[in-house]
Design a protein around this ligand. Structure first.
Ligand code: NAG
Ligand code: NAG
Length: 510
């Protein structure tokens, strides 16, 4: 069992980077044998959201032993992968046998591909720094100096991973698992490629260091990006589940939240702005505490600090993000970076009150202020800003509901796992076109297969892998990638967003 002091240090160091956080909240738990963990907070209120489930001692021992070395040794991998073609069964014992795609009925028309959601256009923007120059092996390898933790190489549909550092919990495992499933889903379509990935939170490739007269920046994939950096945003691990917090894979959770929304109408929800999380990780969150209801003032905010020790003592109940949508307004406040809980908040049918974000994940640039969320100040005007938003919504319930419903529709239609895979597919395909060399298996890389990843995993880790395994290889048709933004379009979009934010500020001041 870790000492409290040690857990505290761990909390601080983990909290540092782009911790997924959010209006809800969010927490990081490093579950170690007796359940010492680290929390960065997380979710919802009464929601007993994320909880750690007790794991049998044997499984913990396994985790403890394997988490620092999630990639098994080369010999084990090559032995396993040697005679396997990408279209063969992935070999997860409990999975149903994976069949080749059923032939389409003779009369069936070829499916007409749909156009991908608008946020896919950011793929072109994220890759723009290499559009003129392409990506050389030297540029790629330069990403190691920026802290890349692993390298992903795809050759003929097989996945090879070279590991350069540690990732927290099973982030890297579920990220690689997601890529493996992509390779199954779009078997034969994902081009050969070679990329660097960093699983830490904060984007680090400073745009200011890479002007038009310097060599192009190293391409570095991570879970979020920001305006002043050039890191490439890629879907985070939580879409395949977050076993340490008992957060289910997104596809299942998305459906559950949808059902729960139908059962608790917006008008029956508490007419306040709700947030629960760990305020210690960011100044914006400490500011938020000042807006809590007190004997003297009511800013319409109901703010709760997550106390993980208490929550753990209260028993490791099932996490139930699907029951977190109890308030008409839910606050989203970044910690050190983007937050995985953003999608759970947006899915609520509640109005998301978004405190000025500094980071984006791959989909959040598709959100429009006042259409999908209500922008809230992050500075000293924050409390008034929250109060104004809630008062406005309560006196314009039809419009407020519509904003909440627009956000739900966005996640329910444009952020399904189909679209997440399509985003990965198009991002990786466009990326691969920029490579100016023929990728080969890099030094230190080993083949990763579903079988090798699942070996020895138990409990939720295994359950989530089984639950997210793609079982019909090659049967899906990706949506059609929309064209890049023109410079005027990009400018108009930035102006539209800034105008919406400014409009709200003007209303607040009246
Ligand atoms: C905010 O106020 C509520 C009601 O008084 C209280 O229960 C809660 O603990 C407060 N939150 C924080 C973070 O102090
Ligand atoms: C909700 O979205 C629709 C289009 O999807 C848009 O026309 C409408 O204005 C949005 N509602 C609000 C309140 O912005």
């Amino acid at each position: 069992m870790q000492t409290p002091a040690k857990a505290g240090r761990l909390t601080r160091s983990l909290a540092a980077p782009c911790m997924p956080v959010s209006g809800g909240v969010f927490i990081l738990i490093a579950a170690i044998v007796a359940g010492a963990f680290v929390s960065d907070y997380w979710m919802s209120a009464s929601a007993r959201v994320a909880s750690i489930i007790p794991v049998p001692a044997a499984a913990m021992a396994h985790n403890a032993a394997t988490s620092p070395e999630p990639v098994p040794s080369p010999t084990r991998f090559t032995a396993l992968g040697a005679n396997r073609t990408p279209s063969e069964p992935a070999g997860l014992a409990p999975l149903p046998p994976q069949q080749p795609p059923a032939p389409a009925p003779e009369s069936a028309e070829p499916p007409t591909p749909t156009t991908c959601p608008v946020y896919f256009r950011w793929i072109h923007e994220d890759l723009r720094p290499w559009r003129a120059t392409g990506i050389t092996r030297e540029a790629l390898e330069g990403a190691r100096r920026y802290g890349a933790k692993f390298r992903v190489t795809v050759l003929s549909g097989r996945l090879y991973v070279a590991r350069y550092g540690r990732c927290f919990q099973t982030r890297d495992v579920f990220t690689q698992w997601g890529i493996l499933q992509l390779l199954r889903r779009y078997a034969g379509r994902v081009p050969d490629l070679d990329l660097m990935f960093d699983c830490q939170d904060l984007p680090v490739v400073n745009a200011g260091d890479h002007g038009s007269h310097t060599p192009p920046p190293p391409p570095l994939f991570r879970y979020c990006g920001s305006e002043p950096t050039l890191d490439i945003a890629f879907p985070d691990w939580s879409f395949w589940g977050w076993p340490e917090l008992n957060i289910k894979p997104w596809e299942a959770l998305r459906r559950e939240i949808k059902e729960a929304n139908a059962a608790l109408d917006w008008t029956r929800r508490a007419p306040y702005a709700y947030w629960k999380g760990n305020p210690a990780v960011a100044a914006a969150r400490r500011e938020l505490l000042k807006c809590n209801v007190s004997g003297k003032r009511d800013w319409n905010a109901r703010i709760y600090a997550q106390d993980w020790r208490t929550e753990v003592r209260g028993g490791f109940r099932e996490s139930d993000l699907a029951k977190q949508c109890t308030h008409r307004y839910k606050m989203y406040v970044e910690g050190r970076g983007w937050s995985v809980s953003e999608k759970y908040i947006l899915a609520c049918d509640s109005v998301a009150l978004v405190v000025r974000p500094r980071f984006h994940d791959f989909f959040s640039r598709g959100l429009v202020p006042l259409q999908h969320y209500w922008p809230v100040r992050g500075d000293r005007g924050q409390c008034r800003s929250i109060k104004f938003a809630v008062d406005w919504g309560n006196s314009h319930p039809h419009k407020a509901r519509e904003i909440g419903e627009n956000a739900s529709r966005f996640v329910q239609e444009e952020l399904t796992m189909d679209r997440v895979y399509d985003y990965m597919y198009h991002l990786l395909s466009e990326y691969a076109r920029l490579l100016r060399y023929t990728p080969t298996v890099p030094g230190g890389a080993v083949e990763v297969t579903a079988r090798s990843m699942a070996r020895g995993r138990r409990g939720l880790e295994r359950e989530f892998m089984v639950g997210t395994a793609v079982d019909a290889p090659g049967s899906a048709e990706p949506c059609e990638l929309p064209s890049p933004f023109g410079p005027e379009e990009l400018e108009a979009l930035r102006r539209r967003n800034a105008d919406a934010v400014r409009r709200v500020e003007t209303w607040e001041e009246r």
